[in-house]
Design a protein around this ligand. Sequence first.
Ligand code: UDP
Ligand code: MG
Length: 322
Amino acid sequence: MQLAIVVPAHNEASNLPKLFESLQKALAGEPEDWHVLFVDDGSSDDTLSVLEKLSRTSPRVRFLSLSRNFGQQSALTAGLDHAEGDAVVTMDADLQHPPGLLPAMLEKWRNGVEIVHTVRTKTEGVHWMKTSSSRLFYPIFGWLSETHLECGTADFRLMDRRVVDVLRNMPERARFIRGMIGWVGFQSQVIEYTAPPRLHGGTHYTFGKMLSFAWTAIRSFSTRPLRIATWIGLITSLFGMLYFVYVLYIRLFAQTAIPGWTSILSAILILGGLQLFCIGVLGEYLALVFEESKHRPLYVIRKTGNLASGKRSPSAIGEKPG
Ligand code: UDP
Ligand code: MG
């Protein structure tokens, strides 16, 4: 049996040798024939030369180098498209996903589990903003998209070949792989762990990037925001009508002169704001359709190392798989 470990890496030169060493240690006693497929996601540091060096010293190291920074989700997709193996593990390059968990994950897989998720119960040395925003995200995502996500799942999991093949046939561009895996189904189990702090360097995900990632996730999995916009519109127009009845009553039966402008102005401002909000939500979905309809490839490969075939996958050449 063969195991492929897919690792996206953006400016991780100082972490890669240590990661490979830890993998060698963790997998020493396992019967599977394993290799790592690193995806250099347009790094500007020495990541590529470190990978070239590692791949010369060990046939277990394979790599893809993308032509620019396409983002973690696209790098993961590139890795999954090119990973050979009866089981594929995806994990981060910064050792926040402990290789020591791999034997336990493999054990579950051998027993027939098709997806082994890992859930971090705690992350050491992480800003409270990140922890609390992630704690907030999972329930909101679940409610909006009706897709259950375990709170704290990251892109550290083992997938059976069948799961990987299904994923490879999902050509959508707005990619949120965690959610896509939730959609795929199959038998899954969870392993819990405490994430250690990053070995070298800082996180690539600032608060703004996290927000945009969360919105991409929700938008690509749910049309509920559109529904919410409709409801907001409906409810405000109901209020508008009630207010109109009140205004009519004042005009006909009360003799008071209406000063007027405060209420008119606030109605204009509130309704105008709501209209813009709803149009914005609509526009976001339109943009999504636009993005999807371009059928551009998700990534472009510039260089490969130790890869058996330089095969080009459906998403790499921008074709819709059959
Ligand atoms: N990563 C990537 N492309 C990017 C940003 C990140 O391939 O544009 C990789 C990065 O090298 C790491 C993983 O994605 O292996 C997770 O990134 P990071 O550790 O910065 O995220 P965090 O753990 O802070 O959520
Ligand atoms: Mg990290």
